[in-house]
Design a protein around this ligand. Structure first.
Ligand SMILES: Cc1cc2nc3c(=O)[nH]c(=O)nc-3n(C[C@H](O)[C@H](O)[C@H](O)COP(=O)(O)OP(=O)(O)OC[C@H]3O[C@@H](n4cnc5c(N)ncnc54)[C@H](O)[C@@H]3O)c2cc1C
Ligand code: FES
Length: 274
């Protein structure tokens, strides 16, 4: 099946300030994207900008698919001006997916900002497992998909930096306090614990670093989807590498989903469990 295809814009709607939900209809049959996969999208019709931009699969609707994006620069600004009927060049689905095993007992989903885009698709897939979803944003205005999450039967634990919705502060601290006060943390610190807990996360780098530290403390296993600047998206330019315990890996090819304990954060050190 071809990974290079054209897709027409069905809808490109601003759902919150600077945040858009784009629905695309592929012009041919494509491989069904899985949570964690991403697409490279041309943001304008000409050759400028030349490079496509990467976006996670947010939702599948029949043969159509949606991406949820935040306008942060020129490319996403141009994308926000695409209208229904416009054609985009698309490559994908690309990258690996969030691995899910049937034996998982309790699942924590953690999203920061527009990191909810791939986490939502995973929540949709895992809704029967009744995951606990922790979702942080800078302000109430930047919280996305809350009604849609509720319609999946998921009541997210929310935090905002300014306290305008949910708990005030960052979402990893909220999760840390939850674990400290809840039996989950106590059980997990016991050598006899039998229940397995898994984390799945996507969000800004400081959030992922803090989460890695928490995962070490509780010996939680899990996965996170990383975002890096990308040029080719196909594994050839090496522009997207991250340092891991097994050497440098390409986010577009070996990722974007990595085991939490695998990543070596260069500007911070994640303590080892003593
Ligand atoms: C696998 C993957 C999945 C992604 N999924 C989504 C998504 O679902 N929704 C969404 O809103 N964004 C997503 N991103 C980020 C998105 O690709 C960037 O925001 C976009 O490429 C910025 O393009 P621009 O031309 O508007 O910004 P630019 O003008 O190129 O840059 C503006 C700012 O954004 C930063 N930036 C640029 N590219 C990236 C990037 N790839 N990742 C992180 N920061 C970047 C730059 O460092 C700069 O600070 C994803 C990135 C990756 C790698
Ligand atoms: S973007 Fe070129 S190797 Fe990943």
């Amino acid at each position: 099946m071809n990974r290079l295809f054209k897709a027409s814009v069905i809808e490109n709607r601003e759902i919150k300030k600077d945040h858009y939900l784009l629905t695309l209809h592929p012009s041919e049959k494509i491989r069904q994207p899985e949570p964690g996969n991403f697409f490279m999208l041309s943001v304008d019709s000409g050759l400028d900008p030349l490079l496509k931009r990467p976006f996670s699969i947010h939702r599948r609707i029949g043969s159509d698919f949606q991406v949820l994006y935040r306008v942060v620069g020129r490319g996403t600004g141009l994308l926000s001006r695409r209208k229904p009927g416009d054609l985009l060049d698309v490559t994908g689905p690309l990258g690996n997916k969030f691995p899910v095993t049937k034996t998982q007992d309790k699942i924590f989903l953690i999203a920061g900002g527009v990191g909810i885009a791939p986490i939502f698709s995973l929540a949709e897939k895992l809704k029967k497992n009744k995951p606990l979803l922790f979702y942080g944003a800078m302000t109430k205005e930047e919280l996305l998909c809350i009604d849609e999450l509720k319609s999946l039967g998921i009541e997210p634990v929310i935090s905002t930096d300014d306290g305008s919705s949910g708990k005030k502060g960052n979402i990893v601290n909220v999760l840390r306090n939850f674990l400290a006060s809840d039996s989950v943390g106590a059980i997990h610190e016991s050598p006899l614990h039998l229940t397995r807990y898994s984390l799945y996360a996507c969000g800004p780098k400081p959030m992922l670093i803090a989460l890695s530290q928490l995962a070490v403390k509780y010996d939680f296993k899990g996965y996170m989807a990383l975002e890096q600047n990308m040029a080719c998206g196909l594994g050839t330019c090496l522009g997207c590498v991250v340092n891991t315990k097994k050497g440098y890996k390409r986010v577009c090819k070996e990722g974007p989903v990595f085991k939490i304990e695998e990543i070596v954060w260069e500007d911070d050190s994640v303590p080892k469990k003593s």
